[in-house]
Write a protein of this length. Structure first.
Length: 150
């Protein structure tokens, strides 16, 4: 059945690219990309965690996560070690330098966030954020996407 609504995937990807571009420009002086900042903040919030759990937290495949974390390891913002429960798995941990980098980058992120909210509206963003969390939940619930029917 054809629909007159725009493709949900295309619309979300376009919005993501536009938002990323905006935040990247604002955060450029920090030396961090938006995905790197998100990765550091996830470790700040969740503490040391297996890379597989970090990938789930960020809704990333493990290969992409490993690529994204390599520069952070190189710059000593994140460290990894063997997991205590599974020696084949790696656990990521935020370093003191990583904590400092977050403090350095946070004002740039806050400026981007405040500018976006001033334009989009806090109430509008609250509803959109809830809707996006629902999209993530629906898509993670099934390998083939949402179930058909009510």
């Amino acid at each position: 059945m054809a629909t007159s609504l725009p493709c949900a995937c295309t619309a979300l990807r376009k919005a993501t690219r536009a938002m990323t571009r905006f935040y990247e420009e604002e955060m450029a002086p920090s030396g961090l990309t938006v995905p790197q900042f998100a990765l550091l903040r996830a470790l700040e919030r969740g503490g040391p965690m297996p890379m597989s759990r970090l990938a789930e937290e960020l809704v990333m495949d493990r290969t992409s996560l490993y690529r994204a974390v390599q520069p952070l390891i190189r710059d000593r913002l994140v460290s990894t070690r063997d997991c205590a429960t599974d020696r084949r798995a790696k656990e990521a941990q935020l370093s003191a330098a990583g904590e400092e980098k977050i403090r350095e980058a946070l004002p740039y992120w806050q400026r981007a966030q405040e500018a976006f909210l001033a334009s989009f509206g806090e109430d509008a963003w609250s509803g959109t954020s809830d809707s996006l969390a629902r999209v993530v939940s629906l898509m993670q619930g099934s390998a083939t996407g949402p179930a058909a029917g009510p």
